[in-house]
Design a protein around this ligand. Structure first.
Ligand SMILES: Cc1ncc(COP(=O)(O)O)c(C=O)c1O
Length: 454
């Protein structure tokens, strides 16, 4: 099985598949300590389309992230702390958010509704009072009123000022605030827009002079930043501003580098956290040492990095159709929808690490494109015009079926999901400590219809 494990790129920390393996029967399994979950068995028991979330993977990744930063903070004798803030937008699912909090993660929210969830947890007494919540995104009046309410109730909450309107709106706010810089650095990522709409230029921030209770300088340049230099370049710009801003705002003592750490979605290794952590710490240390000011706490909001590898989406291949004149030979039609369940496939041409759930040791494979169940010709996955190798259906024994897993689907896809052609969303399982919980049942036609007034 070793060769097949290698072929399908399983068991590799650099591809975040270290918990995935193949069993003796050529089936995909996930290993949590000495527990082993057979994904093929799950398809038989619960049917497809199927999402399976593994919170333990998030916990391990967060522990590792915090360990790496702590280790290098110590090694470099850096005098600030590393503080992790989970951006809830990456996945607001309770089964993801709660383990992150329990591992010592803090939160970043982007809307009043996300903050409302935080309020509910706070009111239920579920938080350690040390937890800090950062509030990004445009601040509606309702959002601002929730921020003030939670501050009054004792939560450490830091709204981030996006523009002059928010600066005015937060003028009477009693707590600490942050401000968002638009670093104006061009990087190689889909979300780095020619003309950004978030934050303020360094010049504009400096022109504000003293900002009441300013504690934190924040920026977020993009998601899925695939070159290390592109993580470092905006930080350089931010630290230039930080040292200047510190002169007029001496209480400033946090630098928040936002999100964007990449995930090897395509099964291609990128760079590791360790290399970036070292560079980030050293850069901030040198900039502040040169200016003779204290080392700030370093915050990050890496969302996809933490949660994407903790979920897989599984489909059954319903049938096949030949493709003439293309690099792929066959359409494999799945019993779900890329457009609905994995929206980024369609929206940003996201590529995925795709592996069979069974017959992983098949000797013969075929080049496929995957077609979704909606009527839409865009509901497909072609690996960017390439092909996806999967076992041949003609080799299956009578009555046997082929299942396919899309890895790393834990970030963003759930909140973006939709009901094109009124297809049902996948059933969702959460697996932890050997216990399987159904987090979302399969939607019936009646339930889907209800959402449209039927
Ligand atoms: C302000 C902010 N922080 C953090 C993130 C998380 O980014 P990622 O999931 O790529 O790490 C985002 C994503 O859009 C964001 O807008």
């Amino acid at each position: 099985m070793k060769t097949y494990r290698k072929f399908w790129k399983l068991g590799r920390p650099d591809l975040s598949t270290e918990f995935f393996d193949i069993n003796r029967d050529g089936e995909l399994v996930v290993k949590e300590g000495n527990y082993q979950y057979n994904l093929h068995d799950l398809t038989k028991k619960f049917g497809t389309s199927l999402e399976v979330a593994f919170p333990f993977i998030i916990e391990r990744r967060l522990q590792e992230l915090m360990d790496i930063f702590s280790r290098w903070i110590k090694a470099y004798r850096y005098r600030g702390k590393f503080i992790y803030h989970y951006p809830m937008k990456a996945s607001q699912n309770k089964e993801f958010v709660l383990p992150i909090i329990s591992e010592g993660g803090n939160l970043e929210v982007t809307s009043a509704n996300e903050l409302w969830l935080v309020k509910r947890l706070w009111e239920q007494g579920q938080f350690n009072t040390r937890i800090r919540v950062i509030c990004n995104g445009p601040k509606t009046n309702y959002y601002l009123s929730l921020i003030s309410e939670l501050k009054d109730k004792g939560l450490q909450i830091t709204p981030i000022i996006e523009d002059r309107t928010e600066l005015a709106a937060l003028n009477g706010f009693k707590g600490e605030v942050g401000i968002r810089l638009d670093p104006d650095v061009k990087i190689r990522a889909h979300w780095d827009k020619k003309i950004g709409r978030f934050g303020m230029s360094a010049q504009e921030i400096l022109s504000l002079g003293r900002i009441r209770n300013l504690k934190l300088l924040h920026y977020h340049i993009s998601k899925q930043i695939e070159y290390q230099e592109d993580i470092i370049a905006p930080l350089k710009k931010a630290m230039e501003l930080y040292v200047k801003l510190h002169k007029t705002n001496p209480n400033l003592d946090m630098i928040d580098i936002g999100g964007g750490f990449p995930v090897p979605f395509e099964g291609k290794p990128l760079f590791g956290v360790e290399a970036v952590a070292k560079r980030v710490i050293r850069l901030v240390q040198k900039a502040t040492d040169r200016a003779g000011i204290p080392h700030p706490d370093i915050l990050c909001e890496w969302g996809s990095y933490l949660v994407a590898p903790a979920q897989v989406t599984i489909y059954r291949i319903l049938n096949e159709k030949p493709i003439a004149r293309a690099v792929a030979k066959k359409w494999y039609v799945i019993d779900g929808s890329f457009m609905n369940d994995l929206k980024d496939t369609w929206a940003i041409h996201q590529k995925w690490h795709v592996v069979p759930v069974n017959h992983l040791a098949a000797k013969k494979l075929t080049r496929t494109w995957l077609a979704g169940l909606s009527c839409d010709s865009d509901d497909k996955y072609t690996a960017g015009g390439n092909y996806i190798l999967l076992p041949r259906l003609e080799d299956l024994a009578n009555g046997d079926q082929q299942f396919v897993a899309i890895l790393d689907t834990g970030a963003y896809q759930d909140a973006l999901a939709s009901h094109h052609c009124l297809l049902s969303s996948p059933i969702k399982l959460v697996i932890q400590n050997g216990v399987i919980t159904v987090a979302r049942k399969r939607e019936t036609a009646e339930e889907v219809g209800k959402q449209f007034g039927w």
